[in-house]
Design a protein around this ligand. Structure first.
Ligand code: GLN
Length: 309
């Protein structure tokens, strides 16, 4: 058995001493206000025990990590029909890229690039008002994290709306193929709100527990999805969770993971633990710089990997 607390404390000490912490995202002005000098990490075990180090209770903007939760909701509502709207191949392109969309007739490569996540929101809205779908997403996140205090940060959602020309372009472009069932502005508003969910590493690690044990949150006995669905969500995180950095992340960390431009990463060691790490500075493709290094160190010290045992 590992001394998990000692491992996390040691990782926190080592990574926070590194000179290059990457750069905080500035294209969403509200994210640019975040102090880059922060680092937190939590490991949650299937029985619900959590080990944390650093700023693991501080709330941060989960941004694209929310795409895992909306994908889970969409699969619950539509099942395999979702794959008519969005593919499941890695894109090899930046998260907000538009080039593939034209060649592939408005069908996004996967649910984790922005275009794919926006299409997923359109799929789950089903004619509802934005505030209803926003409430549904929040409710689901509170349910899987077993924590009713989780909220959205309206300032972040508004900030992104004001500067969201790229996402609006992606959405209108998809709508031009006749793919959208809801007004584009409704879909975008809902998408910006899901990205603005604020969580701590501890909350995020708990929220990911259902992906550790084949769809069952064994800490409270709640079944969230079937075993097959949990495995498929993990496979998508492995192939697409870090955009054009997904291959690098698989190579270095060897675990399914999903990043967000707020600097968070949620990762899953199937059968072993869920992990959340946060540090706002990003690398050149928009993934947390220290977060990735910390996960690499954790995988090395625990031996956790989906590519061996
Ligand atoms: N809300 C962000 C955006 O749409 C999410 C991107 C991310 O976290 N990679 O640009």
């Amino acid at each position: 058995m590992h001394d998990m607390q000692a491992i996390l404390d040691d990782i926190a000490t080592k990574v926070t001493a590194l000179p290059d912490r990457g750069k905080v995202a500035t294209y969403i002005p509200q994210l640019a206000c975040v102090d880059p000098d922060q680092f937190g990490m939590t490991v949650a075990l299937p029985d619900g025990t959590v080990y944390s180090s650093g700023d693991a209770q501080t709330l941060f903007s989960i941004q694209s990590i929310s795409k895992v939760f909306t994908l889970t909701i969409a699969l619950g509502k539509l099942g395999d029909a979702l794959w008519r709207r969005v593919g499941r191949e890695p894109s090899g392109d930046p998260f907000n890229s538009i080039v593939q969309l034209e060649m592939e007739h408005g069908k996004p490569r996967n649910p984790f690039i922005n275009a794919g996540a926006i299409a997923v929101v359109d799929a789950i809205m089903m004619g509802h008002q934005p505030k209803e779908t926003i409430a549904e997403i929040l409710q689901f996140v509170r349910f899987i994290a077993d924590d009713n205090s989780i909220c959205m940060d309206d300032r972040v959602a508004k900030s992104e709306l004001l500067t969201g020309d790229r996402n609006a372009s992606l959405a209108h472009f998809m709508a031009s193929f006749g793919h959208f069932k809801n007004p584009v502005d409704f879909v975008l508003g809902t998408y910006f709100h899901q990205c603005s969910i604020a969580m701590s590493c501890e909350q995020l690690a708990r929220a990911a527990l259902f992906l550790v044990s084949d769809g069952l949150n064994t800490s409270n006995g709640t079944r969230v999805v079937s075993a097959q669905r949990a495995r498929r969500i993990n496979s998508l995180m492995m192939m697409c969770g870090h955009y054009d950095g997904s291959g690098e992340f698989a190579f270095r960390v060897g675990l399914p993971g999903k990043s967000g431009v707020g600097g968070g990463i949620m990762a899953v060691a199937p059968g072993k633990a869920s992990i959340a790490v946060w540090s706002p500075g990003l690398d050149h493709v928009g993934n947390s710089k220290l977060g990735t290094i910390a996960l690499e160190m954790l995988a090395e010290r625990t031996g956790w990997s989906v590519f061996g045992h």
